[in-house]
Design a protein around this ligand. Structure first.
Ligand SMILES: Cc1cc2nc3c(=O)[nH]c(=O)nc-3n(C[C@H](O)[C@H](O)[C@H](O)COP(=O)(O)OP(=O)(O)OC[C@H]3O[C@@H](n4cnc5c(N)ncnc54)[C@H](O)[C@@H]3O)c2cc1C
Length: 469
């Protein structure tokens, strides 16, 4: 029987293990599989903490249904009926600018009516079709792309907040091609974003007229989807399906080396495991330590992928103490506004069952690549700064009835300029270690859908390797 070891029990490792077992069984291959997780719990960044009737998400609060990967995984697991869709009003997203919250316009007409972007800024945006082409052969930053195509104001008020919302990243260092490959493709294939939107809309109309099924995402990026008991329900359910004979927690892997009778020997702080196939789904900085002895060159490239810290601050309030209507998803704040927080999610407006009756839950984010030093602030200072910002942005003056602070020293990997080259170097070097694969959020997407898509690829490659096909 072939032996497989998966390292890391976040969504990437758990989904990879589950899919690997399913795909192997479909080919008549029964695996002896072990998943090794450093912590006493599985889930990694997916951690839904119930406390005093509030449901606080330590990390992600859901995935978007505009991409199929996580929905398909839930269907395979037979848990689609447990999914919880965000409330309809969560389509309303806001940007705090010039002392007020502006609703992010959903279409062109509303955009021109909105006061978020000034008239000179709108005029500059209207010039997008005439923007110069990207400099050839350059891995352009998101900021350079924004300035070139959309102008400085759109960069500050639209692109930078989006980058901070997804990556907690700094657009001046992040790579367009690695963070948003689809946008780079649209520019390459259609010569610009407006051109791409027009041509794609025309294509959709044609396909509809021909009777084809055409996807239409609800809202800007689809509907946020989770579970009644929080997003951790997904990783809990996968771990339960894999069973405790497969999932070993409290096992920190220290190295993967070449084995004597089998290709690889995986060492943890307390034991050793032989493996024909090893899939590392731990973050790149952990993979670097694990692979240091086996291949210093791979380890060295892995250490070049940085991560940004983030502090997640949950405040609960009595509903009657808040004047704001809280109808929507929440808001992001451009850096130029000089606030401490990156934005606030109105968690109890997005999903049901997030706060006790008569109370609300707000979740503010602090830090990221632009303000890494905020990760060191003591709790009292974090609370003071978040309260100051909630007063300015939402007019909240009272003290919260409930406070929880969650700190991520390494929250989200940063796909900075050169990331694509680093991935090519890693792939090339891994050619000399057949049966050793890397997956997870450090490489080709940080969203839960991206992690599941990468897990599908890793499981397929793993089975192909084990079956020699
Ligand atoms: C605050 C925050 C909010 C987010 N919000 C969203 C959101 O709303 N929607 C969305 O789609 N995405 C969101 N993300 C991103 C998403 O949560 C992550 O990209 C995703 O959960 C990463 O999963 P992973 O399994 O790749 O990594 P992780 O969850 O980091 O799991 C890696 C696992 O490897 C383990 N490990 C590390 N070293 C070792 C070792 N030596 N031996 C064994 N095990 C080891 C770790 O303990 C961990 O359990 C958010 C992220 C953060 C931090």
């Amino acid at each position: 029987m072939k032996k497989a070891v998966i390292i890391g029990g976040g969504i990437s490792g758990l989904a990879t293990a589950y899919l690997l077992r399913e795909k192997a069984a479909a080919r008549g291959l029964h695996l002896d599989m072990t998943l090794l997780e450093k912590e006493r719990r599985t889930g990694g960044k997916m951690w839904s903490i119930k406390d005093e009737g509030y449901l606080c998400e330590w990390g992600p609060n859901g995935f978007l249904d505009s991409k199929p990967q996580t929905l398909e995984l839930c269907a395979q697991l037979g848990i689609s009926d447990l999914l919880l869709r965000s409330n309809d009003d969560a389509r309303k997203r806001f940007i705090f600018s010039g002392g007020m919250l502006h609703r992010l316009p959903e279409n062109g007409v509303k955009f021109f009516m909105s006061k978020l972007i000034s008239w000179p800024g709108k005029l500059r945006l209207a010039m997008e079709p005439f923007a110069p082409a990207p400099p050839p052969g350059v891995d352009e930053t998101l900021a350079a792309f924004g300035r070139r195509r959309l102008g400085k104001e759109a960069l500050q008020k639209l692109i930078a907040p989006m980058v901070s919302g997804i990556f907690a990243g700094d657009p001046e260092t992040m790579s367009l091609k690695s963070c948003f490959p689809r946008i780079a493709e649209l520019e390459r294939d259609y010569g610009g974003l407006v051109m791409a939107m027009l041509r794609l809309a025309r294509k959709k109309r044609r396909e509809r007229a021909e009777g084809k099924v055409v996807s239409s995402a609800a809202g800007p990026g689809g509907v946020l989807t989770s579970f009644r008991e929080g997003i951790q329900q997904l990783t809990d359910l996968i771990a339960a399906r894999l069973g405790c004979e497969t999932v070993c927690t409290g096992q920190s892997v220290t190295s993967v080396r070449t084995g004597e009778s089998v290709p690889y020997r995986v060492t943890t702080e307390t034991g050793e495991f032989d493996a024909d196939l090893v899939i590392i789904a731990a973050p790149s900085y952990a993979a670097a330590d694990i692979l240091h002895e086996l291949d210093q060159e791979v380890a060295s490239v892995l250490t070049e992928i940085p991560s940004a810290p983030m502090t997640v601050v949950c405040f609960g309030y009595e509903r009657d103490d808040i004047v704001h209507d809280l109808i929507g998803f929440g808001y992001l704040i451009p850096r130029e506004e000089g606030m401490n927080i990156l934005g606030t999610l109105w968690d109890s407006s997005i999903f049901e069952n997030r706060a006790p009756d008569g109370y609300i839950l707000l979740r503010s984010m602090m830090g990221g690549a632009c303000f890494p030093e905020y990760g060191q602030l003591p709790d009292e200072e974090v609370v003071r700064r978040v309260r100051d910002d909630l007063k300015t942005t939402m007019g909240i003056t009272g003290a919260p009835a409930f406070i929880r602070i969650f700190r991520h020293e390494k929250a989200i990997p940063q796909y900075t300029v050169g990331h694509g080259g680093r991935l090519r170097a890693i792939d090339e070097k891994l050619q000399s270690h057949p049966g050793l694969l890397l997956t997870g959020n450090s490489y080709r997407g940080v969203g839960l859908n991206d992690c599941v898509a990468a897990a599908v690829r890793a499981a397929e490659q793993g089975v192909a390797y084990l079956t020699g096909r």
